[in-house]
Design a protein around this ligand. Structure first.
Ligand SMILES: Cc1ncc(COP(=O)(O)O)c(C=O)c1O
Length: 387
């Protein structure tokens, strides 16, 4: 008998989301503004700390787009972007007519390599082109090496737009991811640690940026009674109905972070003894990941030829969803002509890495099913004897 499908990361709704959504209906605030939007922004700002301000938007992608606009990225500019990421990090650079310059990862955090970042800046400047922004990503919730990245950014006076879409609740040296860059981005897509079904936010310590983001996100309407526009705007604000879901989700965020970390620990306890399997791991106590997705590497040289694709197929056969790590942007056909600085690290991560089911709705029985497939006799016979 085929067992129920186990998914990678499903939305997990708490006890109060519907109350806030009902309030929106009861008060007829069915608009991309209203009390839920204001309160959700405040909840996020309180959670992130560091005096940051927040603009709630309809996607993380929209937040990245506005972030680039606020940093003055224009046609012909270059933006240094982590290659090992989801395409949404890079696409808005192209919306602006700018060129992404992709930077490889470092082996510890799997995020933006400070070494290749510095090399790229020097090389682009040598060719007369100073990059307009640096876009690091905290992939799967793991913080990037922000000290090194900010130090380079400061030295060359290039602003940082931090992609914390996957990292709400993660910390670096005690501070929340999303509070390091001039601007930062969060996502509340359906698969994220908390969700508004679709949604995002732009975060900054500078109130002027957030005011400008809200202006641009509501069609850049001038302060006039009639509808007057002096610049091009966007329709990027979050709906008050969806912000109601966000308010409910904020009540359970700390619990969700603890649950994802517990799931990560469960996999580690059960699987890290297996030769050839290595988890994405906090490089030092400075790093605190929300472990949005537990991710591992399979080393075929140590597993006697077993690859991550063998593992993925075995899980799929048991009706369990898993996913290869993001295919780096410099290997994507659409970005084939963009410059790249690196040494093959992200390509190797992509070739050997897999994300395991990590959603907080997973039951202990389901988690056991996942590890049992990896450990099971069937899997061993079909591919490789782990023991
Ligand atoms: C790293 C990263 N950046 C940006 C985004 C874009 O967020 P959204 O889907 O809310 O547009 C996502 C997620 O979808 C993401 O994982």
């Amino acid at each position: 008998m085929v067992k129920n499908r186990i998914y990678l990361s499903l939305a997990h709704i708490g006890a109060h989301e519907q109350d806030f959504v009902r309030q929106a209906f009861d008060t007829n605030w069915i608009a991309p503004l209203g009390p839920n939007v204001d309160a959700f922004e405040q909840d996020l700002a309180d959670f992130l700390g560091n005096n940051c301000r927040v603009a709630a938007l309809n996607t993380g992608t929209a937040a990245l787009h506005l972030g680039l606009i606020l940093l003055g990225v224009q046609a012909g500019d270059e933006v240094l972007c982590q290659s090992f990421t989801f395409s949404a990090s890079a696409n808005p650079i192209v919306y602006q007519g700018a060129t992404p310059v992709f930077i490889d990862s470092e082996k510890d955090s799997w995020n933006l390599s400070p070494e290749h970042l510095e090399r790229a800046i020097k090389d682009r400047m040598k060719h007369g082109k100073k990059p307009k922004a640096i876009l690091p990503v905290h992939l799967y919730g793991m913080p990037a090496d922000m000290d090194a990245i900010l130090s380079i950014a400061g030295r060359f006076e290039i602003p940082v737009l931090e992609d914390a879409a996957e990292a709400l609740g993660s910390r670096y040296k005690g501070a929340c991811c999303g509070t390091f860059g001039e601007l930062a981005v969060l996502s509340f897509n359906g698969n994220k640690i908390i969700t508004t079904s679709s949604g995002g936010a732009l975060v900054s310590g500078k109130e002027s940026y957030i005011r400008e983001a809200c202006f641009l996100a509501t069609q850049a309407r001038d302060d006039a009674l009639h509808y007057q526009h002096s610049q091009i705007g966007y329709n990027y604000r979050l709906s008050n109905v969806l912000a109601g879901i966000g308010r409910g989700q904020m009540l359970v965020l700390p619990e969700r972070v603890a649950q994802r970390r517990k799931i990560n620990q469960f996999y580690r306890n059960r699987l890290s003894g297996i030769e050839g399997i290595r988890f994405q791991t906090e490089p030092s106590p400075d790093y605190y990941s929300n472990y949005w997705l537990t991710s591992l590497l399979v080393d075929p040289e140590k597993t006697g030829g077993l690859t991550r694709e063998d593992l993925r197929l075995a899980l799929e056969k048991a009706n369990i969803e898993s996913r290869p790590l993001w295919k780096p942007m410099h290997l994507q056909p659409v970005f084939a002509d963009c410059p790249f600085y690196g040494d093959g690290t992200s390509e190797s991560l992509f070739n050997n890495g897999l994300c395991l089911p990590s959603g907080t709705l997973l039951t202990e029985e389901e988690l056991n099913r996942v590890v049992e497939v990896i450990e099971s006799n069937k899997f061993k016979c079909k591919t490789f004897d782990y023991v």
